[in-house]
Each structure stands twice: as C-alpha cells, then as structure tokens.
Design a protein around this ligand. Structure first.
Ligand code: ADP
Ligand code: MG
Length: 729
C-alpha cells in the first residue's frame, strides 16, 4: 500500500502545470456565448415568441403550446449551431446535486433518414424515469411519476454537446421534489411583500428581485493523492490523518500568490464559467493551505443558485483536467479551516434601488431602515428554520468549531447602525411625537452615510452579518445547494414584511400619520428582536454562554437541528406563504435525515475498512520490525546494555499494541452500534442513533490512528499524509 502512496507522491512531484488555451478575444466578447439569453432569443425567436418568454420571466405567466413550439425550434437551431447533439432537462433533486438525462436531438424520418428534432413539448415538460431520487415518501417507486417542467426564468445553456434546460422537478401530484420549485415560490412571495412595503415610500416600485452573490470556498488536492485515500474519494473528507507540522499557523497562504498549477486551473474554469454567463469576479487563497475561494458578481437569486450549481459541476470537471480534485466538503481536513459558502443577500427594485443600501434622503433611509429592521426581526423569529436550512452532515464539523460561526444564529450590524437602532428605540415614543421631534429624527436618519460599506466593521465571526449594503449569511456549507437557505430566508423575510405592512396600516387606520406609524412599528420590532443582535466575537466561549442566557438556541447536532423542518412554527410559516406544504416539509425532513444517516454510515464503514485492512496490518508490520530489532539487540549485547537499548523500542511496541487494541475494539463496537441503528425503522430515531452512538467512535478511532501515524515508519504508512496533500508545490 505504501507503494501506492509513494507512487502518488512521485507523480505529484513530476507534475507540470497544465496549459490553458487562452481565448484570443476579450472576456466580454465570449461572455455568455453558450447561453440562450435575451439577445439570442431576439435573434432566434419570432417577436411574438420572444415577448411571450419575457412576459413569462417577468410575470411568471404560462407559455402556451404554440409559442413553446416556436421557442423550441429557435432554441434548437441555436444549440445545434453551437455543437449540441443532445438536450437535457436540468434540475436540482433533493440529494443536493444536479441531475440530467440526455436525449439525442436526432429522430428517424419516414424515408429512413434522420433529422434533428426538438418540439415544444420536449422543451416544456418531461417525465424522466428519475425514480431513484429521494422523494421522502412523496412518490412510490412503482408509480415513479415525477416530471420536470421548464423554468423560463433561468436561461438554457449549452455545456459540452448538450443543451441544458433548467427545470423544476415535481411529483405527479404536484408536490415539489426539488429545490427550485419552492425557491421560485419564495421569490414571488418576497417580491409581492416587498413591493407592498416599498409602496409606503416610493410609488414607482413595481417589482423587487432578491439578489444573491455567493462566495464559494473549496480545497484542491492532487488527483493521485486523492486516489490513494479511499476516505477522500468515498466520503469527501479525511477520516484519519495527523495534522501537518505546519499548516495555517503562519497565515501565509491567505491572499498569497497562487502556484501556477492552481492559477491555470482557476483561469480554465473561469473561462468556461464566462462562456456560460457566470460572472466570476474574484479569486483568492483562503486561510487553510490549498484552500481557495471564488465569487461572482451578484445576480438575481434564481439565476445565482443555478450558476452556483453549474459552477460546482464545472469546477469538478476542469479540476480533473489539471490533475486536481476539488473538495466542496465542509471539513475535508481536521484541525484546519473548513469551507463555507457565504450567501450575500439583498433585494433590488425595478427602479434600481438596493433596499439594503442607505440612500441620500431621509425618506430613502427610512426605507432602508425598514428593510434592515424587518430582516433582523425575521431572523430573530425564524432562527431555527434558518439553522435547519444549512444543516448537512459536513457542516456539523464546521459550525461551532472555533473557525466558523457557531450554530447560534445571531445578527451583526456594526456600531453605526446599532447606534441608529438604539436612537429609534429611545426617541420614538408611543404617544404622539411633536412635529419637531419627528423632523429631528428624520434629519438624523438622513445622516446615515450613503456608503456604509467602508464604515461597517467587518465581523467575520457572525453567521449573519450586515456588510454595508447586504446581509451575508455565512454559516452555509460549501457543498450545499444555496437554494435551501435562500428558501428559508426569503420566506421568513417576506412573511415579516407582510406583517409590517399590516401593522403600519392598522396604526394608520387609527389616524396615526404614516411616518409615525412606521417609526412606532420599527421601534417595536427593534425591541422584540434585540436579543438576536450580537456585535462581539462569535467564536468565543463567552458568546456561547451569553447566547444561552439570552435564550438563543445552539443546536450542534444535525438530526436535532433538522427537527425545525416539521415544527409547528415552520409549518405555519411555509404553509401560509404557500412555499411548502406539510407533506413537502415532512418529505424534506425525512430526506435530510436519511442523507445524514447514510453519510455517517458510509463514513463508519470506510473507517472500519481503513483500520482493519490497512492500518492494523501496517502496525503489525512495523511492530514486527521492532521485535526483530529488539531480538537482535538481545543476541548482540550483554543483558544490562541490551535492556537500556531495547527500552524505547519496547515502549513503542507496547504503545502500538495498546492503541491497536483500542482501535480494534472500537471498530467492533462501532459495527455493533451500526447494526443496532440499522434495525431502527423510524428515520428520526435512526439518524439520532447514528449521531449519538456511531459518530463518537469516528473521533475516538481517529484519535488513536493519528497518534500511531506519528510513531510508525513513514516508509510503510499506507495513506498520503496531511503535509503531502495540503501543499501544492
Ligand atoms: P468579501 O469576501 O469581503 O465578503 P467578496 O467580494 O468576496 O467580499 O464577495 C462579496 C459578494 O457579495 C460578491 O459576490 C458580491 O457580488 C456580493 N454582493 C455585493 N452586493 C450585493 C448585493 N446588493 N446583493 C447581493 N450580493 C451582493
Ligand atoms: Mg464575504
């Protein structure tokens, strides 16, 4: 086995950077060339078809069959021109990845020839036999009826030789089997709710879009080393491995210069991303060695979610070309930082106003404060479902591990805004304010600097931080489909905005002037949501204690966190919003529990195999070397010298024996616990049993194996070590 490791290392040392074919044109010349965007639609569609699609995008209206046929013909002509031979409906099933099933365009003709064919009904709807995707009981396999339906609001694109058509994926009974369906519903809901609130300030606002800019963190590992680590390629993370003597202590990787191999990789996937219209803007090193980040310019949220999913696929494919593997796991390596996906979130009106950006006038800033305070209140009221929306197995190792925000959901807004909210709280009274008081308050609100961006302190320890003109939901896992947290956040904020409008209207009806009504309601919300605001260090122990005092929840355990999916409050929230029904929530809850259970199950199996079939045999080998050595010493030397010489080796021999016995027993016990857990029918109990009874063994076993790695001869250690995997040289 060690030979595999050394062969891999040799391969890595001989690697040359893979060259990238740089396009001769400027980025803007080929940006979006593989996307059937508005410009191409104008070129390839009749005016009627084009206008229909645009209306459908803006208003969510249905496209009729005749128009769909016209669109299909135009889309096909364009796609074939770009080399597409196949088409696929592309969707986001609930296993967190994306799915596609390719069909060829060509069809036999009566005369025995073939033609390229693509009809409207193939564009609009399909029934992939996708019965193996998780459905949480919404669909029995024998009636495998799930269908995909075109989502015109996200443009089709050509990747490789395939025309990909973004679609929703629903059961025959109408229930959502994917992320996109509830995402779109939540976006429509927040649009309506936010427009109603904007109307209090600006009659020109007719549409509000959610904007999302995600930052994607990831690790790169050389392909050869990756393949020599079964834990990495089977579970996405290292289940064993002692820390490297040097890793991130010196912070010398952060924002450092990029090795050529890595840079070429980035350039390569960025070119591919640009062709697909994904506006990647930044790239840099992250804190941990071999950890990086990329981020696009923000986009409308539905599109941004699709782009993130496409990019992850793309990054994976391009990585292989460069002899890398990209890791999106939240915690691939122990003791160094894990990877997240920060979701920068805001709302933008059709008039071009960012609703979380302060403006030039008091009126503008009242609107800004309204959206700010309502968002804080929404997070305060719905922290558990927000927490649940980001609960995946990998994130369990990251959240609260003193490198990422804890599992406590809190909001950071910076000192200036804290001051402003405090003033509102103090100065707005429940009795009528005098005109002078009101004017004065408005003037002060008008003084909020237009550019808060450079003034807001950057608190990187907060899971939900205001960063000048947006909120940044930072606790999202790197591997997640970002639709999940977006669905929860949009729905929570929309519900809150609706409530706000009702509360203001109720006061206005009681003859309170509109501005004063707004002040009063905001004041109430500021007080009610105060406990969720936290400006200090979110990684500190003190905060954990303080949060407990404040009554904020801190659920580190995944099955426990997931319960929020089916709480009374969540059902009411999503039900009233028409985003997810009870049955859909039950299904989502069940699927997430199942995925969690399976992930832990796989990890436990892989670790059992690594220990029993690789580590223990290696230990015995090394122990035998030591035993032979000790015996030799005994032959050569008189007893008292021998004893002195043999002592350290005897110690090592017995340390190996002791630790080997511990891990062997632990593996056996872990298998027993797994067996017990597997017998449990109830999905929730099963997941809990895995989390409470199996997970602790993973850590215990690893602890001893990692100690053993330090004493066993490097020559025979079977798996690439951290120091070998973490540095691209
Ligand atoms: P940092 O690492 O300092 O947080 P980055 O530049 O890496 O900053 O990422 C910031 C992200 O926030 C980018 O994706 C950017 O497009 C996004 N962003 C900026 N303004 C908005 C906005 N109004 N709505 C949503 N996202 C935004
Ligand atoms: Mg950021």
């Amino acid at each position: 086995m060690a030979t595999i490791r050394f062969k891999a290392i040799e391969e890595v040392l001989n690697r040359k950077p893979v060259c990238v074919e740089l396009p001769s044109a400027k980025t803007s010349d080929y940006f979006g060339e593989n996307v059937f965007d508005k410009f191409k639609m104008q070129e390839y569609l009749s005016r009627e078809a084009y206008e229909n699609v645009i209306e459908s995008i803006n208003q969510g209206t249905r496209i009729n069959r005749k128009i769909a046929n016209q669109v299909a013909i135009g889309m096909k002509a364009w796609a074939v021109g770009r080399g597409a031979t196949h088409y696929t409906h592309w969707f986001h099933p609930l296993n967190g990845s994306t799915a596609e099933k390719h069909d060829a365009f060509f069809e036999p003709t009566e005369g025995g020839g073939v033609i390229e064919n693509f009809q409207g009904d193939m564009l609009v709807q399909q029934e992939p036999d996708a019965s193996s995707f998780p459905s949480g009981g919404l669909r029995n396999t024998f009636e495998a009826r799930g269908y995909t339906a075109w989502d015109p609001s996200s443009p089709a694109f050509v990747y490789g030789n395939t025309l990909c058509i973004p679609t929703i994926f629903v059961a025959y009974t109408g229930e959502a089997l994917d992320y996109k369906t509830p995402l779109i519903k939540s976006l429509n809901f927040i649009d309506r709710a936010a427009v109603d609130v904007c109307q209090l300030f600006d009659k020109d606002v007719e549409k509000v879009n959610v904007t999302l800019g995600w930052e994607q963190e990831y690790f790169l590992v050389d392909n050869a080393l990756y393949n020599a680590r079964p834990d990495l390629y089977l579970t996405g993370r290292t289940l064993i491995g002692h820390a490297s003597a040097k890793d991130q202590q010196l912070s010398d990787h952060y924002f450092g210069s990029l090795p050529d191999r890595v840079k070429n990789y980035m350039v390569d996937f960025e070119i591919e991303a640009y062709k697909l219209g994904i506006p990647i803007k930044t790239r840099h090193n992250e804190v941990a060695p071999n950890q990086f980040e990329c981020a696009p310019i923000f986009e409308e949220a539905n599109l941004a979610v699709d782009h993130n999913q496409i990019l992850m696929t793309l990054m994976d494919k391009v990585a292989r070309k460069h002899n890398f593997r990209v890791l999106f796991h939240e915690k691939p390596f122990k003791n160094i930082n894990g990877s997240g996906k920060h979701n920068n979130w805001s709302m933008m009106t059709n008039t071009g106003k960012n609703l979380l950006s302060p403006g030039k006038t008091p009126r503008n800033n009242m609107q800004f404060l309204t959206f700010l305070v309502n968002t804080i209140k929404a997070v305060h009221d719905n922290s558990e479902i927000l927490r649940a929306s980001i609960a995946v197995a990998g994130n369990e190792h990251r959240l609260g591990a003193h490198e990422a925000p804890p599992a406590i959901i809190s909001v950071f807004i910076g000192s200036q805004l804290t001051d402003m909210l405090n003033q509102l709280e103090e100065r707005v009274t429940n009795k009528k304010m005098t005109p002078d008081e009101k004017t004065e308050l408005k003037l002060d609100i008008g003084k909020i600097p237009e550019i808060l961006l450079d003034n807001t302190d950057r608190n990187r320890t907060s899971p939900f931080a205001f960063t000048g003109n947006r909120f940044e939901f930072r606790a999202v896992g790197a591997s997640a489909n970002v639709a999940s947290p977006m669905i929860a956040l949009n729905t929570a904020v929309a519900t809150q905005l609706k409530q706000f409008r009702m509360d203001v209207d109720a006061l206005v009806e009681k003859d309170i002037k509109k501005d004063e009504a707004i002040f009063q309601v905001l004041k109430k919300y500021i007080i009610d949501s105060k406990k969720v605001r936290f400006e200090g260090n979110g990684y500190s122990e003190d905060w954990v204690k303080e949060a407990e005092k404040r009554g904020l929840s801190n659920i580190a355990d995944i099955p426990e966190a997931l319960k929020a999916f089916v709480s009374k409050q969540t059902r009411e929230l999503f039900g009233k919003a028409h985003v997810l029904t009870d049955r859909e929530l039950d299904a989502r809850y069940e699927i997430r529990l199942e995925i969690y259970t399976k992930k832990v199950q796989i990890e436990a199996r892989v670790l059992g195999d690594l220990v029993s079939n690789h580590i223990i045999p290696t230990l015995i080998k090394y122990q035998n070397i030591l035993i032979t050595n000790v015996k030799g010493l005994k032959d050569l030397y008189p007893n008292e010298i021998y004893e002195q010489m043999a002592e350290p080796h005897l110690k090592t021999i017995s340390e190996i024996s002791e630790r080997m016995a511990i891990v062997k027993t632990a593996v056996e016990e872990m298998i027993e616990e797994r067996k017990k857990a597997n017998k449990i029918e109830d999905v929730r109990e099963k997941a809990t049993s895995y989390s409470k009874n199996v997970v602790p063994y993973l850590e215990q076993i690893r602890y001893h194996v990692d100690k053993l790695e330090l004493i066993v001869d490097d020559e025979i250690w079977p798996f690439p070590k951290y120091r070998e995997m973490l540095f691209t040289r």
